[in-house]
Write a protein that binds this ligand. Structure first.
Ligand code: C5P
Length: 242
């Protein structure tokens, strides 16, 4: 693990001071948590897989012009990122009913949605990330109207691109959670995709059998969590060597 100064420790990652000003080192832990920390376990190898999967997806998104905080992977568990001011809103985009949407609206898991649906959750561990509306986001100043508009456009673009990318390797992107941050460059602020994109924050099902390969294996005690993540990496052609 990095010997640099620890800036922040989250449930699945640690941020360390980076080698240059304005950079951070993002370290991926093996810890898995669910239900706002009520359930916790160590999934050996998860951090290595998420580091690699997130690197790959952020780079592919960068290739199509989506701005991200990702700079480069440093080693098995660490990546260099740009330091951003995180917008305290988790953006969830859903293509198929599952999880909390199914529970909230009584929809059968796996049932198609009329169109992709974007939801906002206020990032707060104490409040268990409550669902909020655009009104809350702008009224409380978590993001401006202009930023929210950009966040929505980026979210739909990211979702479209990743849906196609995963479909190409036999996976259905059911839903995913994104976080955005503000990055200042020469007095100019721009929004970038931040955090990570990994099976910790997406639902990915087999295209044919609907087998789940994501964190629901952990949340629902389905077993073989690491194997599910490794299968996603394998299909993407990026399985790290053991
Ligand atoms: O639980 P729910 O159905 O609302 O989750 C929707 C999507 O957002 C899932 O892919 C889940 O992994 C992700 N999520 C997350 N972090 C949270 C809540 C949900 O990554 N705090």
């Amino acid at each position: 693990m990095s010997r640099r100064r620890r800036v922040y420790e989250g449930k699945a990652k640690i941020l360390f001071e980076g080698p240059e000003p304005g950079t951070l080192v993002q370290y991926f832990k093996d810890d898995a948590t669910a239900f706002n920390n009520k359930k916790h376990a160590i999934i050996t190898g998860k951090g290595v897989l998420n580091n690699r999967i997130s690197e790959y997806l952020m780079m592919r998104l960068g290739d199509i012009g989506v701005p991200t905080h990702f700079v480069r992977r440093l080693n098995m568990r660490e990546q260099l990122i740009r330091e951003v001011e995180i917008i305290p809103v988790e953006v969830v985009v859903r293509n198929v009913a599952a999880g909390s949407l199914s529970t909230r609206l009584g929809l059968e898991e796996g049932s198609p949605l009329p169109r992709s649906i974007v939801e906002y959750y206020y990032k707060s561990d104490e409040l268990s990330d409550p669902l909020v509306s655009e009104e809350h986001v702008t009224a409380f100043g978590w993001a401006s109207y202009q930023e929210l508009d950009e966040i929505l456009n980026l979210t739909l673009r990211i979702n479209d691109f990743l849906t196609g990318l995963f479909m190409g390797v036999g996976l259905r992107l059911i839903d995913l959670k994104l976080e955005f941050g503000r990055l200042w460059e020469d007095e100019e602020m721009r929004l970038v995709l931040a955090d990570e994109i990994s099976p910790d924050n997406c639902r990915l099902w087999d295209r044919q059998t609907n087998e789940k390969f994501d964190k629901d294996r952990f949340r629902r005690d389905l077993g073989n969590v690491q194997e599910g993540y490794a299968e996603i990496a394998r299909r993407l052609g990026i399985l790290p060597e053991a």
